[in-house]
Design a protein around this ligand. Structure first.
Ligand code: AHR
Length: 501
């Protein structure tokens, strides 16, 4: 088995929008309560935010965080979550059958976002509500003062507007599970009218239209065609959501699923461009892949909790415990996003803390990193700059659902400001170490600075609060240099980051 990657400075896909390394915090399970916010915890700051969590979020350099849902948003009454905390009502939360205490709302979350050095991607409720509630929330958040809702914000102690730039027009409105689920025509019409009204209030905002909840939806991709046919002129992005799992314990097939993600992205781009042609439009609609991850480990216990122990505040929900192979698929998904950086301008790993998350907290203990934390960390830190067209040849294999799956997936990112180039590569062969031949001729005298590797003989190895079995290691003995050609030995089933400076 073999692979070769040729990269050339002048063959560029696009400057990567750093927002593809975004994340997501939903009012779900222990993401907010007991996750980012836990007054009384030894690390809590003056606002009750866990400092240990903030440190890890800052380390990840998360540029944007989607909030407050998710399915949660489709029955969310934002007015309940602002003003004096003691006056805020507790509400039945229908998506996750929990109780929402409204201790944290947009003003507190904006404080947290500032501390985390990140921007907010705010979703509005187009499930049980509509234009009016969306406009009022936007006025509350972004209008300086002198009107009903901007003055209410000032009265609530927040003088300066939050100036939230990116807004999602609902969430997964194609899904029958969504409160207020709609047909594509119903949604497209409502989204268009809401978008137009919101842009009257603040023309500087960017709007995300709901696309399909996953590639398996029976309405995909007709949903995109219909919704865009309504709202093409008034929105800027369309969303994609996708989660994968290894339900049949078939690792080769599991690791091939990034090919499905690639196909998903290509189809949505084609659909956007089809509608562009129909409309004789000038602008492009870009993609916001604002939910992606592995999600399946905790399905059974979540169903049990929601059915048999409903209406808890911050129950343990979606606490997937990620293993080593999950980290590999996450790495492959990140490479796929980078490859499409000419059209994918935002993406959110779902989610950030405790809920299908890279960061976990112990209630009376420390914070710790799941396996999937590391590929995200590397991509966010070193995947800034220009994505280069990967001229990649690799031997291939078939799996039960996929044909011609490359053994090696790879992409290079050139950070022209820092003058360094990083090659990300996954060897997804279950049996063979593979030498990746790297042709870096256009980079002259760049030399290898480090080769970071995530590998483990046990695909099911996990990290815990006490012990990290899956952590990246530096290797100096896996590469050979011959002029501007390198040979990098990628051990079977490994995530590799090769940094040249
Ligand atoms: O991220 C968890 C859930 O997945 C979100 O609430 C929803 O949008 C999606 O189905």
């Amino acid at each position: 088995k073999q692979a070769k990657l040729t990269i050339e400075k002048d063959f560029q896909i696009s400057k990567i929008d750093k927002r593809i390394y975004g994340s997501f915090i939903e009012h779900l399970g222990r993401a907010v309560y007991g996750g980012i916010w836990q007054p009384g915890h030894p690390t809590a700051d003056e606002d009750g935010f866990r400092r240990d969590v903030l440190d890890l979020v800052r380390e990840l350099q998360v540029p944007i965080v989607r909030y407050p849902g998710g399915n949660f948003v489709s029955n969310f009454y934002w007015e309940d979550s602002v003003g004096p905390v003691e006056d805020r009502p507790k509400r039945l939360e229908l998506a996750w059958r929990s109780t929402e205490p409204n201790y944290i709302g947009i003003n507190e979350f904006a404080k947290w976002a500032k501390k985390a050095d990140t921007q907010i991607m705010q979703a509005v409720n187009l499930g049980t509500r509509g234009i009016e509630a969306a406009c009022n929330l936007l006025e509350y958040c972004n209008h300086p003062s002198g009107t009903k809702y901007s003055d209410l914000r000032v009265k609530h102690g927040v003088k300066d507007p939050h100036n939230i730039k990116v807004w999602c027009l609902g969430n997964e409105m194609d899904g029958p599970w969504q409160t207020g689920h709609k047909t594509a025509d119903e949604y497209g019409h409502l989204a268009d009218e809401t978008a137009k009204a919101m842009k009257q209030i603040d023309p500087s905002i960017e709007l995300v239209l709901c696309g399909s909840s996953n590639t398996g939806m029976p309405t995909f991709p007709e949903w995109e065609n219909t919704a865009l046919s309504w709202a093409y002129d008034s929105v800027d992005y369309i969303s994609l959501h996708q989660y994968y799992g290894n339900r049949f314990n078939d690792t080769a097939n599991f690791l091939a699923q990034s090919d499905d993600m690639d196909h998903f992205i290509r189809t949505v781009i084609a659909t956007c461009d089809f509608v562009k042609a129909k409309k004789r439009a000038k602008k492009n609609i870009n993609l916001s892949f604002d939910e992606w991850n592995v999600w399946f480990h905790a399905d059974a216990s979540d169903a049990d909790t929601m059915k048999n122990r409903p209406w808890q505040i911050a129950p343990h929900l979606l606490e997937d415990h990620y293993d080593f192979e999950d980290a590999l698929l996450v790495g492959l998904m990140l490479i796929t996003l980078m490859k499409h950086s000419d059209r994918v301008k935002m993406a959110c790993m779902a989610q950030l803390v405790n809920v299908i998350a890279p960061i976990m907290t112990e209630e009376n203990g420390p914070v710790w990193c799941q396996t999937i934390y590391y590929p995200l960390l590397h991509a966010s830190k070193y995947g800034r700059g220009i994505a280069l067209q990967p001229v990649l040849t690799s031997t291939k294999h078939d799996t039960i659902d996929f044909t011609d799956v490359t053994d090696v997936e790879s992409i290079a990112v050139w950070n022209d400001e820092k003058d360094e180039v990083t090659v990300f590569a996954v060897n997804r062969s279950l049996t063979d170490d593979i030498v990746l031949d790297l042709d870096l001729r256009s980079f002259g005298d760049y030399r290898l600075a480090e080769h970071i590797v995530l590998e483990n003989p046990d695909m099911k190895a996990v990290n815990t609060a006490e012990h990290s079995a899956v952590i990246p290691k530096l290797h100096t003995d896996r590469t050979e240099k011959d002029g501007n050609f390198y040979k990098a030995n990628l051990t079977k089933t490994s995530w590799n980051v090769l940094r040249f400076v």
